[in-house]
Design a protein around this ligand. Structure first.
Ligand code: NAG
Ligand code: NAG
Ligand code: NAG
Ligand code: NAG
Ligand code: NAG
Ligand code: NAG
Ligand code: NAG
Ligand code: NAG
Length: 460
């Protein structure tokens, strides 16, 4: 009897809760707090929302939300702000049928999750949100779990650290998968190789027993500059085997292609023109690639190393990380004549032996190539003049003895007109007052032209 009396307040409280929950709809509403699977040493957060869903005109106003833990013995612990835990809150005004009411959102943030935050680990127990309304002593609850994933549970992938290859080598890149402790708890979704973010190869649902065996290494054969880059092995797992708890682990490595110089047998010669620009193309290849440009002025022995860093005359450029380097010289002067060298890195030494490609630069007058053309034109003009003069002179000589061209004099007042055609047989009257006649014979060059006024007799 005494024990029943002792339980009475509890029963009464339960009854009140039931009644309250039955008659009004104030409480934790959707979206409900999720069961979360944070990974240890990461941050995690959970949000609870308190609102009155009833359609009554007088809605309850949420006052606060408390986060609590409740252990199996029914013991509650209120979660308070610590260095590791803090809360954020906000309210929203909801308008329904012209009536305003408040919705309260409170978020609990765990900065650095540890196993102690797990619902099932330790003595604190599971989590609950408790919602309180203004003027209502009854609290409304909603529970959730925090399932802390330990780092050791998660499989890992490892790839070699740095790989330096020589061009045209063949290699295989292996991605070693190590299953986590308690391996069966974490599902393997896929394992893939990416190069600079581009998928190269993927295997879905690797066999849990032998994931390594079913994922063949990446083969690189006859490697070239473009095989250099950032290779990433990416593994997607399902935490606690839950399809919606995808988690990815990865490891990356830089594949470098050792630089080499495809030296030309004959040093290339470049022709530049004063005041113009010239670009020299370096034959060095590699990834990543660095080159040094050096200059030995014509007639000097001193080598200027690492040109281009400060001097605005030089511009070192390339179109992309796999493309060759260029040295552009601007506003060429005769003093730029000499030998240029593109070298593999040498800490800016003045040596041009070994890993250097030499270029010979000549600088010319920009009008230089025009001179031969101008010469030809001048020559042609002179020749033309000579021919013209010669012809004119020979024509003058023959005048009067031979009528070789059509020649016309024409005027109303003129008293003489000559019109002689090539066949020497034309006679024409050009004017009513003037009669024009000519005659000549083939065997004689001499022609006669008679002019007389109309009316005059031929004898006159
Ligand atoms: C989280 O806490 C652990 C010790 O409990 C500490 O070693 C680690 O550095 C912390 N991580 C962060 C991100 O604060
Ligand atoms: C919301 O946060 C502010 C400070 O960030 C605090 O003063 C206030 O009491 C909080 N309100 C509720 C309902 O938790
Ligand atoms: C619940 O918490 C109390 C007080 O911390 C403790 O004495 C009790 O053993 C806990 N119960 C369980 C099941 O962990
Ligand atoms: C991967 O595994 C192979 C064989 O088990 C081993 O030889 C290799 O060193 C491992 N590589 C890395 C990066 O761990
Ligand atoms: C790389 O493999 C190719 C065939 O795929 C072969 O012709 C070549 O000789 C190999 N190169 C080296 C350096 O082993
Ligand atoms: C390689 O790529 C991965 C994934 O994109 C990135 O995390 C890593 O920092 C990159 N490494 C280098 C050296 O760029
Ligand atoms: C030479 O290069 C400079 C700088 O790159 C540029 O401004 C200029 O227009 C170029 N001159 C000629 C003639 O191309
Ligand atoms: C350049 O100098 C650094 C340190 O001074 C040295 O480690 C490196 O080997 C040198 N490189 C060459 C190509 O001489």
């Amino acid at each position: 009897m005494a024990s029943f009396a002792g339980k009475l307040p509890t029963l009464l409280a339960l009854f009140l809760v039931e009644k309250a929950e039955g008659t009004d709809k104030f409480g934790i509403v959707k979206p409900f707090p999720e069961n979360i699977y944070p990974i240890e040493r990461t941050s995690a957060e959970v949000t609870c929302v308190a609102f009155d869903l009833s359609t009554e005109s007088k809605k309850k106003t949420p006052e606060r939300i408390l986060f609590m833990r409740r252990n199996k013995s029914g013991r509650y612990t209120i979660i308070t702000e610590t260095e590791n835990i803090y809360f954020r809150n906000r309210t929203e005004e909801v308008v329904e049928d012209g009536k305003k009411s408040k919705k309260l959102f409170v978020t609990m943030v765990i900065r650095n999750v540890t196993l102690n935050d797990d619902s099932t680990y330790g003595t604190l127990g599971r989590y609950e949100c408790h919602a309180f309304a203004v003027g209502d002593p009854v609290e409304r609850k909603h529970g959730f779990y925090v399932n802390v994933i330990l780092k050791t549970e998660i499989p890992t992938v490892t790839v070699p650290e740095v790989i330096v290859l020589r061009h045209s080598e063949n290699i295989t890149l292996a991605c070693n998968l190590t299953e986590g402790e308690d391996g069966g708890n974490t599902g393997l979704k896929s394992i893939s190789w990416y190069k600079d973010g581009v998928l190269k190869k993927t295997l879905r649902n690797p066999e849990p027993g032998n994931p390594q065996g079913s994922f063949e290494p990446l083969k690189l054969s006859n490697v070239g500059v473009k095989d250099g880059g950032n290779y990433t092995c990416l593994l997607i797992v399902l935490l606690r085997n839950k399809e919606d708890k995808k988690y990815s682990v990865s490891d990356s490595t830089m594949v470098e292609i050792a630089a080499w110089l495809d030296k030309q047998k004959v040093d290339p010669e470049y022709q530049g023109y004063k005041g113009r620009n010239v670009s020299l193309e370096c034959p060095a290849k590699g990834f990543p690639l660095h080159v040094e440009w050096k200059f030995k002025k014509k007639g000097e022995d001193k080598v200027r190393s690492c040109i281009g860093a400060l001097d605005g005359k030089y511009r070192i450029h390339r179109k992309g990380i796999y493309e060759p380097y260029f040295l552009t010289l601007t506003d060429l002067q005769y003093s730029d004549r000499g030998s240029y060298y593109c070298c593999l890195p040498s800490n800016c030494s003045d040596s041009v032996q070994g890993n250097c490609q030499r270029f010979v630069l000549r600088v010319r007058d920009p009008l230089g190539p025009l001179w031969p053309v101008i010469g030809i034109i001048v020559e042609a003009i002179v020749l033309f003049l000579i021919i013209f003069i010669a012809e004119k002179r020979s024509k003058n000589k023959k005048r009067g003895t031979k009528a070789i061209s059509s020649y016309r004099v024409f005027s109303h007042d003129v008293t003489a007109a000559i019109l002689v055609s090539q066949n020497n047989e034309t006679a024409a009257i050009l004017d009513k007052r003037v009669e024009f006649r000519s005659s000549s014979s083939i065997d004689s060059d001499r022609g006669q032209v008679r002019l007389r006024k109309v009316g005059e007799t031929a004898d006159a």
